[in-house]
Design a protein around this ligand. Structure first.
Ligand SMILES: *Cc1c(COP(=O)(O)O)cnc(C)c1O
Length: 415
């Protein structure tokens, strides 16, 4: 991580969104109330007219939620944030605020599954068309434009190959087409990547992951750059109702105080785990932006302040296609399942970004129902493993993977 930027950021993690609270409370109290009393009829009228600042009803705004929103807006160098009930509620708030029938979206192929499904089903039903392209390839991004393209939506690093999309370059393409660039920054967190500073118009997160960091909350946030956009988004969120609640806001805000420390450790651990995996005979390929073997190592170094905690790797026998183009060898699927059943410290679970190391096998878990052919088309080979490297002692993480991979290695001739 670049230290000059981090020093300032570490302080912000501790202090952002902390303000003046009743009784001199040092942290935002949990205002666990659905509604707020007006002082008089005149006061109520002034609040509703927007002539006075204050709280009316928690779906509209709540002080605990607002403290969290202010914190993340500051960390992301945005104007304001909008706390949502989940990452998907944040994604939906963006689409519902910006799109209408007849609009076109350019979206990364390597995007979170439910985001892909939301665009392909519900948004499609309402008349929005989407082109899914490999946004790590700028030619594909340029060629996807249509006269009705309204937004470019990217995730970088993308899932599952951790391919990197050039935020500044795509922002330029989007703006030249009078479109907006939206970045899902969940994999990096504002500690490692600041899309708004790189030219993006809107940033969103699943708070469930690194921002909260403790695997005990579902939440999301949208960060916008100006008041006009904020008003549009607030209206949508108020009408659709997918807001975060005060208690979850409190927990996420608490998690953010250690965001910088946690991300530093995630990065330190992940590079060591990636280097270990790259040398292991049971591993065919490792995808991690901090490895020199990553095809976009230089771009990652340029736009990210660290390489993050997410690693994917392919077990031997798990190639998606053979060099002659025929379907992949058998064995990767079974090897993946054996690895899942052999780890002890790594927790067998989906999701990511918590303090504990999580491991999952997309072919038998998150992407099982897709079927093998569709998985291969999406670059998800049968032996692909996704690892969310936690903040444990890295020797313990590597030790666990080592003993589990040894079992895979021993069983290799059985497959
Ligand atoms: C988890 C995730 C989401 C969705 O977030 P939820 O909080 O589960 O709704 C969106 N984008 C990315 C990149 C994610 O990892």
């Amino acid at each position: 991580m670049k230290n000059n930027q981090m020093t300032d950021f570490e302080t912000k993690c501790v202090h952002s969104g902390m303000g003046e609270f009743e009784y001199g409370a040092v942290v935002p109290p949990i205002y666990q109330t659905s509604t707020f009393k007006f002082e008089s009829a005149k006061h109520g009228a002034a609040l509703f007219a927007g002539e006075e600042k204050g709280y009316i009803y928690t779906r509209m705004l709540n002080p605990t939620v607002e403290a969290l929103e202010n914190s993340i807006a500051e960390l992301e160098s945005g104007y304001k944030g909008l706390g949502c009930a989940s990452g998907m509620a944040a994604v939906h708030t963006v689409f519902a605020s910006l799109l209408q029938a007849g609009d076109h979206v350019v979206c990364s192929t390597a995007v979170y599954g439910p985001t892909n499904t939301l665009l392909g089903t519900i948004m499609k039903k309402f008349g929005v068309e989407t082109s899914f392209v490999d946004t790590s390839n700028l030619e594909e991004v340029r060629n996807a434009v249509r006269p009705n393209t309204k937004i470019y939506y990217i995730e970088t690093p993308g899932n599952p190959t951790l391919s990197i999309s050039d935020i500044s370059a795509i922002a330029e393409i989007a703006h030249a087409n009078n479109s907006l660039l939206i970045v899902d920054n969940t994999f990096m967190s504002p500690a490692l990547q600041k899309p708004i500073e790189l030219g993006a118009d809107i940033v969103l997160h699943s708070l469930t992951k690194f921002l909260n960091g403790h695997a005990d909350v579902i939440g999301g946030i949208v960060v916008v750059k100006d008041e006009a956009m904020y008003k549009v988004f607030r209206k949508t969120l108020n009408q659709t109702g997918g807001v975060i609640d005060p208690f979850n806001s409190f927990l996420v805000h608490r998690g953010i105080k250690t965001l910088s420390l946690r991300m530093q450790r995630h990065c330190e651990n992940a590079i060591k785990v990636a280097e270990f995996l790259e040398k292991h005979p049971a591993v065919n390929k490792v995808f991690y932006p901090g490895l020199k073997s990553h095809p976009q190592y230089e771009l990652a170094k340029k736009q990210q302040l660290g390489s993050g905690g997410m690693i994917t790797f392919e077990l031997e026998g798990g190639e998606s296609t053979l060099p002659n183009g025929s379907p992949s060898t058998v064995g990767g699927f079974e090897a993946g399942q054996l690895l899942m059943n052999s780890v002890k410290l790594c927790q067998l679970a989906v999701s990511l970004g918590g303090v504990e190391t999580l491991i999952q096998h997309p072919a038998s878990m998150t992407h099982y129902t897709m079927g093998r052919q569709a998985r291969e088309a999406a670059g998800i080979s049968e032996g692909l493993i996704r690892l969310s490297v936690g903040i444990e002692n890295v020797k313990d993480i590597i030790g666990d993977l080592e003993q589990a991979l040894e079992k895979v290695n021993q069983a290799a001739n059985v497959f």
